[in-house]
Ligand binder design. Structure first.
Ligand code: ACM
Length: 263
């Protein structure tokens, strides 16, 4: 299976431009699955909820229709972060689109900092989707801080975790996602953005370094801190079905759930 990421720097408040950039960036990629950053269509640094309302879309909607056309044209799946409107609620979502349309949506469960002013936390847990028989889960950025999120996907059988991100704390995400790969034996596609957004006296710099990790923790690909990067590699997702660390250790069978605390 050919998997990858498209790292770029969305421009705040220019969804049309960002969608075009993304579609241009992934065209001709020869991939089965490509992941793009969090809030890749709107940008990230909102100053008012009305700005999110203006740019959020229903899913399916016009942008996912355009993504579907692109996915059909290149026979590929795209996982893209976008602001979702559902009734009067706004979610920081990741959508998985394939050649036949929207395959599924994940609504970010763990909202970061000022996202709590603008978005509702995800209300549907951690759903699992399938691409040609390969089980795929979605997480969004700050979710990487919560090992329970990746574990919940892995326990359902996820082989690949797609992780649209706008990371602002340098190196944390690249480190934790590598650990999450090891502790769950899953492949991980971290698609981060780069660049600086400045709005309303605020400023955020995103850390780039998008990364693909194998189920054994090997870093298979990594982008630079800045700059657009379409990166696609070949992996065997079957490897993520094997949870054995040694002949006597199976990551899931060895858990001692009766001794763990969840709260
Ligand atoms: C983040 O969750 N965008 C840091």
């Amino acid at each position: 299976m050919r998997i990858g990421f498209y790292q770029f720097a969305p421009r705040f408040g220019q969804p049309e431009h960002n969608l075009e950039t993304l579609l241009d960036g992934v065209s001709g990629a020869q991939a089965d699955l490509i992941v793009a950053p969090e809030l890749a269509l709107s940008g990230y640094l909102f100053t008012r909820r009305e700005e999110v309302e203006q740019m959020a879309e229903e899913i399916p909607g016009p942008s996912t229709d355009r993504l579907t056309l692109a996915a059909a044209g290149s026979n590929c799946h795209l996982a893209v972060g976008m602001a979702e409107r559902s009734g009067s609620s706004l979610f920081n979502s990741a959508v998985l689109v394939g050649p036949k349309g929207v395959v599924g949506v994940y609504r970010k469960v763990h909202l970061f900092h000022e996202e709590k002013l603008y978005f509702s936390p995800g209300d549907r847990g951690f759903p699992l989707f399938e691409i040609d028989g390969v089980k795929v889960g979605l997480l969004v950025c700050f979710d990487h801080f919560f090992p329970e999120a990746a574990r919940t996907l892995a326990l359902q059988g996820a082989q690949i975790i797609c992780h649209p991100s706008n990371l602002v704390l340098p190196e944390y995400g690249q480190l934790t996602t590598r650990v999450r790969s090891i502790e769950n034996r899953v492949f991980w596609i971290l698609a981060n953005r780069y660049g600086t957004e400045r709005r309303g006296g605020k400023s955020l710099t995103y850390s780039g370094c998008s990364q693909i990790t194998a189920e054994n923790g090997e870093v298979l690909a990594r982008a630079a801190e800045t700059g657009d990067s379409l990166t696609v590699i070949k992996v065997d997702p079957e490897r993520a079905r094997n949870k054995k660390v040694t002949d006597r250790n199976d990551l899931f069978a060895d858990r001692r759930v009766q001794l763990y605390r969840w709260e």
